[in-house]
Design a protein around this ligand. Sequence first.
Ligand code: DMJ
Length: 645
Amino acid sequence: MSFNIPHTTPNFSAKARKLEDQLWQASGLEKNTSSTLPLYKDKPYGDGFVARSTQGRRRRNIFYGVLVALLFWAIYTFSRSLDGELSLRDGIKDYEFKGWKGRGKPKTNWVNEQKAVKQAFVDSWNGYQKYAWGKDVYKPQSKTGKNMGPKPLGWFIVDSLDTLMLMGLEKELADARYWVDKDLDYDMDYEVNTFETTIRMLGGLLSAHYLSKDDMYLDKAVNLGNRLLGAFDSETGVPYASVNLKTRKGAKSHADGGASSTAEAATVQLELKYLSKLTGEALYWDAAEKVMKVMEANKAQEGLVPIFIQPDTGKFQGNQIRLGSRGDSYYEYLIKQYLQTEKREEIYRDMYEEAVDGIKHHMVKQSVPGDLAFIGELDRGINGPFSTKMDHLVCFAGGMFALGATEGYTQKEVEQSESWTQTRQVNLRLGVELTRTCYEMYHQTVTGLSPEIVFFNDHNTLSKDFSVKPQDAHNLQRPETVESLFYLWRITRNPIYREWGWEIFQAFEKYTKVPGDAGYDSINNVESTEPSWRNNMESFWLSETLKYLYLLFDDSKDEVLPLTEIVFNTEAHPFPKFDMEPLFTTGWTRAPVQAAPEKVGKVEKVDKEKVEKKVKKKIEKKIEEIPTEKGDFKPAQVPADPIRG
Ligand code: DMJ
């Protein structure tokens, strides 16, 4: 196994742990030292206590137990602020068995669940084929379809090719292939969204070629890729929001002062790089790398990027930061670019880690009363106010944190590795927690479906973890939560993720299946059991939501699409990892951050021992000041690494 990344983060929490050990000893209680303790259960107090025989001793033990619990809380909270990690208070509920309560022991056979997902796909496909074949938009209530431009782009058919292949739907695939071969023609005088067309159409064609080795798909991909390249012909190489497929001329966004979305500009790289690999032509590769170089030169604070970038100047616009719309897949593609080229482009791991630290420091909080970890928004930069708004789109991040932590291996595989650092463990834990939060966004609504946006409650005045505004109560059949369930299942092998996936799928069945033969629809209000249809079936329902659910329930002996061998693009199209050499190179390096001159001197003089002594003193002082009540969880405003200042 090639999981071998040097550990560079100073491990201050080891000190906190030592201190804990001493406290356990002093308390006369036995510490639960089971190394196989599952992540959900590793809260600092609970089942681990074993009482001694006499009454008096028991009372004393209870007293010490409470004391130790408080000490742990203090140590955990403080150690977090020391090493810049997230310490999730005591919100880790025992979820292991909840999912299959009443169904006996954990299920091991998920064939029927997978069949049900396949049936949902077939029903959706049949509805589309019957009422809107070849069209880009499908309206299952009015049973009509329409194109976005003068000719169809293949929105549904191309986006669905690889799911048809994975599900073994041969007849449907034959129809789809015939249509792509005969009817799909990208030579049209029409401006398309650069990002959407790249992730859905180019991505769909490339993954279809990967799974089938059918060159027809590659020819179409090259044809489209060449047209899309026109978008990158800006002053800086940062792509314009749109591009005309005939003239190949890029076009600025008509809104946002002509800025492109950061996520959109930085979420075309996997597709372009794979196209270069397949064709041996460097032009796609170079276009992809250039965007990243220009973006990085902005030196975003703590790796957190504003959601707009100007293609003319290459500068970020504004200081709105979020992991929802316009920000999300920038972060996703950092780690995936690193993995795609077999970890040769370390620059992306570096940028990813910096960003994850930034997210943990500035954007993660826990809700009240359920202690759900969530990622909020920073509307005015990292020093501005924190908003508790979270888009459902953010739910991809649970899977991303898990993937980044183990690089696609299972938790069991990496836990034994010397590269399994505390930072990675915390990142996996964050993935686990965030995925639980996203599941709760479904579980806690009337329909069992998540709304588009929630506002988490971070103070003690409300009894619910989140609230939903009427204008945000719709469900668009989005994939992000089931995507994370899929990653967490593959990585942790905890069957709870399949249970949660099944619960979510059943809610889709109950509330989004259109009576009759038209398929599935988006709905207006997840808090009402009365159907209020939106009359729009999304293509990512077929390409992502149902694909991730299908893979989640897959029991095949030989794992289908192992995460150690492939990367999914942001539209769930799988590409193989590949060796970039000898044809391609990253071709750029990260410029050092310009530190203030007086700080540079200080950093150089830092003596590690001195810092550690200071830290120890602080821990001791903190223990003396143990609070009597639980404090609010707040993201620490300290640098990630005290050694580096
Ligand atoms: C999809 O097109 C992709 O997952 C994209 O990254 C975000 N939006 C939709 C799904 O919600």
